[in-house]
Design a protein around this ligand. Structure first.
Ligand code: SRM
Ligand code: SF4
Length: 566
């Protein structure tokens, strides 16, 4: 381990706990029986992440419980592994039942990475949850922690043949890069202890940091490739997949006040034939495994390794390890990123209904019984469901004769909203408060009213049929991908955000900070002024993000390591 970005000296404590964990077992099994606390002790607090869970407590009631001398109401958030976001109706019904009967919040939360989360699972219910999910073929292995996470795939059901091929690759990549330890089965599914002696791909101390992979099908960039460490861009000949362009080293997180951290776009490595896919995936992962920074977790992701060693050196190492030469990238273009809300007809004559789920939160709200509606659809639906990277849900593969019935259920439960604006559909937020321990400002709970203010401004200036990619993220970790939006709010403190402007509509330009630490009124005053100018002075088809760059409101971020903060 001599090359790379690993020269800062003392290893971080996460390295100790991973290497001492007996391949992710730790003492989780014993801890589960400890009913003195609702939480997990010592290293297990971190280790359960590799099994797809985070320990949380509700921050809205934290102070009150402390006053009452109670420990926080510890519970776990569970994140499932669903490469490509596809789930069958029978699986959905099981997922739905557990949410309703056994979680504190009763919701299913669709995430920006095409899967679902439960919030609020108390310790006595955790094992039952894993066993139930296992009974319908769902696990949560490696959806968190220093591993390759849930692999995304453009959920495009209308180009069904190409999608199925790409989706199969997403699944294969996910399986190939999974931890090989049997810890998950032993602890949660009462599996036999099987000695683990080696993690051949991830390494015995796993990766230096989280690692994210996508399969994208142009012209759609709904997976947001530049948020990810490793991307396979599908290159097709008609509806036949012939290979992938590979992009490496994207990522969005930063830390307020630390200029050594920044969002970075992924770098183009070149084209490979399909037969090299797994070897290249493995080689990118092992190069990052061996070269990534294990001393400073804030500089440990692939994007910083590439900056430290240079893109060419990293690419050459991947070629050496995979025994492959990258060819020149094949031409492709991203032209879209949002979901097509409503019905579309696929090339196979089947119909697909994309339901807009604000914030991905599937719950029975007083005015809209979304959760019951999805379950009712699942009871009659013969195709599958697809979770999108925009936190929406596609009812995919509906036969023409079943269309009316599904539409009726969706309408009855508020899953089809006639009044939905293009702007609301183009807006997204991360979870943030009350469950996220890292949240600095509201995001999910603020989004609906923030979008209403934006809609009013758009209407005032006569651009209410247009859309601006608008994203809120409760802290600079960027889970709501505000760092790939045209207007991004990044939480700074209660009610305060940094306003970023100038990303493009298709997610290939990072927005720059325009104003720091400002409240709602100032944010919308600025947007009111700029949207007025855009409405009056834009060129034919010019998007808001492109307009603010042309007008010089902010400078474009070209190489973020150099110009994100200048
Ligand atoms: Fe995230 C941590 C939620 C997508 C960057 N993220 C968290 C945690 C687990 C907080 C924690 O560490 O305790 C949040 C749990 C909140 C809650 O209560 O549910 C959380 N992240 C989410 C989700 C649910 C947001 C959403 O509203 O959908 C997304 C789950 C994805 C999934 O299914 O796997 C989610 N997180 C992202 C993305 C966007 C993406 O991947 O497309 C990013 C930015 C891309 C990137 O990685 O650069 C992202 N999350 C982070 C980071 C910063 C990582 C870094 O490079 O420093 C953290 C904190 C950390 O890892 O230390 C974080
Ligand atoms: Fe939590 Fe911050 Fe991620 Fe939002 S961006 S979910 S506040 S870690």
């Amino acid at each position: 381990m001599t090359a790379g970005n690993n020269k800062d000296g003392k290893l971080s404590d996460n390295e100790r706990l991973k290497s001492e964990s007996d391949f992710l077992r730790g003492s989780i099994a014993q801890d589960l029986k400890d009913d003195v606390t609702g939480g997990f002790n010592g290293d297990n607090f971190q280790l359960i992440r590799f099994h797809g869970m985070y320990q949380q407590d509700d921050r809205d009631i934290r102070a009150e419980r402390t006053k009452q001398k109670l420990e926080p109401l510890h519970n776990v958030m569970l994140r499932a592994r669903l490469p490509g976001g596809i789930i069958a109706p029978e699986q959905w019904l099981t997922v739905d039942k557990f949410a309703k009967e056994s979680t504190l919040y009763g919701s299913i939360r669709l995430t920006t990475r095409q899967t679902f989360q439960y919030h609020g699972v108390l310790k006595p219910k955790i094992k039952e949850m894993h066993q139930l999910l296992h009974s319908v073929g769902i696990d949560s292995i490696a959806t968190a922690g220093d591993v390759n996470r849930n692999v995304l795939c453009t959920p495009n059901p209308f180009q069904s043949k190409l999608h199925m091929e790409a989706y199969e690759w997403a699944k294969k990549i996910s399986e190939h890069l999974l931890p090989k330890t049997h810890a998950y089965a032993e602890i949660w599914l009462n599996g036999e202890k099987v000695e683990t002696t080696e993690e051949p791909v991830l390494g015995n101390s796993y990766l230096p940091r989280k690692f994210k992979t996508t399969v994208a099908i142009p012209p759609y960039n709904d997976v947001d490739v530049h948020a990810n460490d490793l991307n396979f861009i599908a290159i097709s000949d008609g509806d036949r997949l012939v290979g992938f362009n590979v992009l490496v080293g994207g990522g969005l997180a930063m830390t307020h006040g630390d200029k050594n951290t920044y969002p970075r776009k992924a770098s183009d490595f070149g084209f490979i034939g399909l037969e090299h896919t797994l070897a290249v995936a493995e080689s990118v992962v092992t190069t990052q495994r061996d070269w990534g920074n294990r001393a400073n977790r804030k500089n440990a992701k692939t994007k910083y390794t590439l900056e430290a060693v240079g893109v060419d050196a990293f690419r050459e190492e991947v070629e050496k390890r995979a025994g492959v030469k990258f060819e020149e990238s094949r031409p492709y273009e991203f032209t879209e990123r949002g979901d097509r809300i409503g019905w579309v007809e696929g090339v196979d004559g089947k119909f697909h209904l994309t339901l807009f789920i604000e914030n991905g939160r599937i719950l029975d709200f007083p005015e809209r019984k979304l959760k019951t509606g999805c379950a009712e659809i699942a009871k009659v639906h013969k195709g599958d469901f697809r979770m999108t990277p925009n936190q929406n849900l596609i009812v995919a593969g509906v036969a023409p004769e079943d269309k009316a019935k599904i539409e009726q259920i969706a309408k009855e439960h508020g899953l089809i909203r006639e009044e939905l604006s293009a702007q609301r559909a183009a807006s997204m937020a991360c979870v943030s408060l009350p469950t996220c321990p890292l949240a600095m400002a509201e995001a999910e709970r603020y989004l609906p009213s923030a979008v209403t203010r934006l809609e009013d401004i758009m209407k005032k200036h006569g651009v209410e049929d247009e859309e601006i990619i608008f994203r809120i993220t409760g802290c600079p970790n960027g889970c709501g991908r505000a760092m790939l939006s045209e207007v991004g709010l990044v939480g700074k403190g209660p009610g305060k955000y940094n306003l970023h402007l100038g990303g493009d509509a298709v997610g290939t330009r990072i927005p720059k900070m325009y104003k720091e630490n400002i409240g709602e009124d100032e944010i919308f005053q600025i947007l009111d002024d700029l949207i007025a100018k855009w409405a009056n002075n834009r060129e034919q088809g010019e998007t808001f993000g492109d307009f603010v760059i042309r007008e010089g409101v902010v400078k474009p971020v070209i190489n973020s390591a150099e110009d994100f903060y200048d």
